[in-house]
Design a protein around this ligand. Sequence first.
Ligand SMILES: Nc1ncnc2c1ncn2[C@@H]1O[C@H](COP(=O)(O)OP(=O)(O)OP(=O)(O)O)[C@@H](O)[C@H]1O
Ligand SMILES: [Mg+2]
Length: 271
Amino acid sequence: MTSDAGAVPTQRLDDNLKRFAGSADQPVLEVDEVAKVYSGEPPVSALRGVSFSIARGELVGIVGPSGSGKTTLLHLMGTLDRPSSGHVRVTGLEVGRLSDRELSALRATHIGFVFQQFFLSEHQSVLDNVADGLLYAGVPQVKRRARAIDALTMVGLEGRPHARPNQLSGGQRQRVAVARALVGDPAIVLADEPTGNLDQATGQSILGLFKDLHELGVTIVVITHDRDIAARMDRRIEMLDGQMVFDSADNLATVTAAASRAPTSGNDHRS
Ligand SMILES: Nc1ncnc2c1ncn2[C@@H]1O[C@H](COP(=O)(O)OP(=O)(O)OP(=O)(O)O)[C@@H](O)[C@H]1O
Ligand SMILES: [Mg+2]
């Protein structure tokens, strides 16, 4: 899979995005009154009126029990699916206004995905797995490999570029998947249960990696049903029955506003 056939035209999208370049205040991602109904008998209302926005450089955990709508939300945030109503904007671009081809280009150039199952190609080297993250971004092969080495360095795997995924541990495989997500220098990385197939210690090390990447300025959303993992994120959003029931960013804003109104200070209500 090293041909450039199928590369999507990104120029128009790039032109569009240039309008937003340099605007540090522009949220990387906005979810605005989003609902998702899966058709069927009966239809499933998977998301109901969900709104939040994510700023550049944030590390956000989205937590909730099974069936609460986390993966559905990730698919909408990642433009893999469209909402039934409401709006999703990625770096200011209204997803609902883009064609399928433009959405492919947007994903290829602006969004990195990490999944529980890694989704690595077993018959390719680690290097080519990561380089393939640039296949649809219109980057020539030589540059793809150079940037893949950079991404592998970011996840601490620069010493094993020619290994096959089946020669690596689970934690190392997930690091390769993270490198593949990072290689296009995306505006946002979306991870769905990235530690779900890993033991506790290895999962913690992947979380440590996300924290390190966050320190480097990468914007990351981690979806998990594990509250301990979510608790380690700077910001926590909780889902229940398709609704957002808590956002620690709102909570902090509320607490801060309450504190500024209070006649005396000294009580810190943050948990
Ligand atoms: N393609 C689909 N068609 C119909 N219903 C779906 C589809 N995908 C998800 N659902 C339903 O939407 C709801 C939310 O599912 P979703 O996968 O988003 O939950 P989740 O929070 O990711 O759960 P888990 O922690 O088990 O992964 C569930 O009731 C699920 O059965
Ligand atoms: Mg899920």
